[in-house]
Write a protein that binds this ligand. Sequence first.
Ligand SMILES: [Zn+2]
Length: 500
Amino acid sequence: MYYLIPAFLLFLVAFLLVRTFLFARPPLPPEDVELPAVDVQRLAVGLGEAIRCETVSTGEGAPPAAGELYKLHTQLQLRFPLAHARLKRESVNDFSLLYTWEGRQRDLPPVLFTSHQDVVPVDPSQLDAWQQPPFSGALADGAVWGRGALDTKSTLIALLEAVESLLAAGYQPERTILLAFGHDEEIGGANGAKRIAETLQQRGLQPAAVLDEGGAVVQGVLPGFAGPVALIGTAEKGYLSLKLTAAGQEGHSSAPSKNSAIGRLARALTQLEANPMPAHLSGLADTYRGAGALAGFGMQVVFANLWLFGGLVRRRLDANAQTAAAVRTTTALTMVEGGVKDNVLPSQARAVVNFRLFPGDTIAGVCERVRRVIGDEAVQFEAIPQASWEASPVSATDTLLYFQLGSAIRQVFPQAAVGPYLVQGATDARYYAGLSAQVFRFSPYLVNNEDLKMIHGVNERISLDNLEKMAQCYAQVMRAWGGEPQQDGAPEAESEEASQ
Ligand SMILES: [Zn+2]
């Protein structure tokens, strides 16, 4: 019988290898195209000016920085004269901007490129740590410095630069290209992107594709990749804050009952933390399937054979808070209160638990599970309405528009693998998910782990090289999605929709 064991092992290895080779196809070699000429000087100066506009979103309910937003609008007009002469520019809800670059074929659905004008505040206690003042927009050491350099005035300026240079080169899109720049993304986007999306909806405009911020070309961030990986966000997590209220026997602390409100609340919270939502490896497997042929071979074997290695992968991911969050709905105990005096048992204790919903997990499903996990009628809970929304749909990657986006990225970043991924935070893109089935979240710049810490942190800056690549990449995506004039007049992008 023992001779069967080596035979079985041999079969298993062969099976794993076959699955691995079928798993991820090597990417096509990047097309050797001549990249469009963009004006790096204009990019650097334009971004510096934009950073000097202190368009800070301070907090929900706080008024927008009106003067600084208007100043930014004026500077954009001066810096990008062709774009402002040829595109229709509208303000939405006073401060958000919507540009329309009319395509030759009005009956085609448009494509939408978005960014946001606002930035997060600078922590005053960290001011000394900035090598250049955070709103200086200084050009130093081959980079433009300041709040918004990465998140995300760079994408706003690079989008306009792409338009400006395409116009200068005589390009005219077949389908309409829209640019939308909200003004309150950092505090939820309810007055900016949400209003723009409503405006588009009222006009019956349903973009064939949307490109917002989110992913980037990352280096040294994704395990198993020696080279850069362009992570295109194809979905983003939802959000749910539950307010828990535990009722208990009130009274004097000299004769406590076993059913105190605080004790019941504490038990409920402990149960929730000890029972995280289940992990879903499918999204991560899609990332490795898309980008995988440029990954280390071991990683390819693992992700091609999650039926065998799934448990191992789950354990490895759970060892780190970041990676654990990438594959599940997270459970975070964020607020707790109860009691007013050291010798009084309160009748109520309250807490807030914040969940970030993995696509596919729903608010109703999480609530049902919370009920089961707590298992105590005396602990009631309800969703905080303004802090609850479902996870976005997942945009398909087997489409021409996704392929065109990936090709444009590889023209500018030829070494990069390209794969879909799940955006952990919330972006303006979620407001456009109701209008378009193809919503992608990707900023075309190359960043490593150190750069990522600058986002909302100190010494935020972007290199001129990155700025140039961003504008070139946007221009290539605009050309691919916008369509080139053809003999029969139909843009290339239309063949995909016809076949759907
Ligand atoms: Zn942002």
